[in-house]
Write a protein that binds this ligand. Structure first.
Ligand code: MG
Length: 377
């Protein structure tokens, strides 16, 4: 029998046609891209932001996220998020929001996959060590380092350093690296990724801490957004603690996404947004209602007090920080221990930054292994 579904397929749908059909006036369009630092031929079957997304996925830095800490190191077990699963969850939430707002999903996905690529081993604990070690050399921030990775450190193409990403994709990360210091707002797509990051970690850090036994459900009763979600999902049913926790986490994400969409759509309508350029002159448009912002603040304060400063987390953090500091100091006195592909960069960018780049690229387990090999033998 003839396959009717194929009758309408007659080759490529152009990217502008597809985007004109799907996207809002205020979304970023591929055809309006300001391009890449090094000009490259256009691909007819794949838009610029799809290419950016694919390039990010194929980096070593992206693959290494699977062995980098989000909040809990792998000493805690195998259940909880790592930097890669967090990244994928941010990407998933960001795409949902972008699709509902008719924004450019490819651009959002590229920026979401890149957003944490600059994290060193052991998450923010590792970042603090590198920042202190590099204090005379501009410090270290994972957001700035992500830009360094995609612009300089990843060497995958013969014609240019880094990934040569589109300016709009880089802009998302530049916004994260400079935040608050900039007068001009980034694209709505970049704002969505930032909001999705916060929705993901607020919900999932509570989930992980409960599963790991660092928190129990009764402690969260003091948190209003959590309590409201418990009442909504249990509806008088007697759910097991595990099922309740998981249902609450889904509800937490849902309620935050809905609030963000309602509030953002109302702002877009109020401003009568007609173009991506208009977004630049406005304060941040993608955001929560005041009520939800307040609720999220309360949850974040609770997590800070009860999870991020939990004695077990602090204990692991202290030993991880001591290990990284030991490695940094050793490599400073023994640069001959640097791998060849790093050693030659020292003349160009200085020994300190070279060591910083090397350590920042390590996974948690590689850092532990190197520490054992070089400092414990
Ligand atoms: Mg993140």
């Amino acid at each position: 029998m003839e396959d009717k579904s194929r009758e309408h397929f007659s080759g490529y749908q152009s990217i502008p046609d597809r985007e004109n059909y799907l996207l809002a006036h205020y979304a970023i369009r591929s055809e309006n891209t300001t391009g890449r630092k090094y000009a490259e031929p256009v691909q007819v079957y794949r838009g610029p932001y799809q290419r950016d997304r694919d390039r990010i996925i194929h980096t070593a830095a992206y693959r290494r996220l699977s062995h980098k800490t989000q909040v809990f190191t792998n000493e805690f077990g195998d259940y909880h998020r790592n930097r890669l699963t967090h990244t994928l969850e941010v990407c998933s939430i960001a795409r949902t929001i972008a699709r509902a707002l008719r924004l450019n999903e490819d651009l959002v996905e590229a920026m979401a996959l890149m957003h944490d690529i600059g994290h060193p081993p052991f998450g923010h604990s590792g970042e603090d060590v590198l920042d202190a070690c590099l204090v005379d050399d501009g410090g270290f921030s994972h957001n700035r380092h992500a830009l360094r990775i995609v612009e300089v450190l990843e060497q995958r193409y013969p014609d240019f350093p880094g990934l040569n990403l589109s300016m709009e994709t880089l802009e998302g990360q530049q916004f994260r690296a400079t935040k608050k210091d900039t007068e001009v707002s980034p694209s709505l797509e970049a704002q969505v990724v930032d909001a999705a990051d916060s929705i993901a970690y607020d919900s999932h850090d509570a989930d992980d801490a409960l599963e790991l036994g660092l928190l129990d459900l009764s402690q969260l009763k003091e948190v209003s957004i959590w309590n409201t979600a418990v009442n909504k999902v249990s509806e008088g049913r007697d759910l097991s603690a595990n099922l309740l926790r998981r249902a609450v986490v889904h509800e937490l994400i849902d309620v935050q996404v809905k609030d963000l969409l309602d509030n953002t759509v109302a702002k877009i309508e109020r401003l009568q947004l007609q173009s991506a350029e208009q977004v630049r002159n406005q304060p941040r448009i993608v955001g929560h209602s005041d009520h939800m912002a307040h609720e999220k603040n309360d949850l974040e304060s609770f997590l800070m007090q009860n999870v991020y400063r939990h004695p077990s987390v602090i204990h692991v953090r202290d030993s991880a920080q001591a290990a990284l500091l030991g490695l940094f100091k050793l490599l400073k006195t023994r640069p001959d221990l640097l791998p060849d592909n790093y050693a030659h960069r020292s003349d160009e960018i200085g020994l300190q930054r070279t060591i910083g780049d090397y350590i920042a690229g390590m996974t948690d387990r590689f850092a532990w292994r190197e520490h054992a090999r070089l400092l414990e033998s």
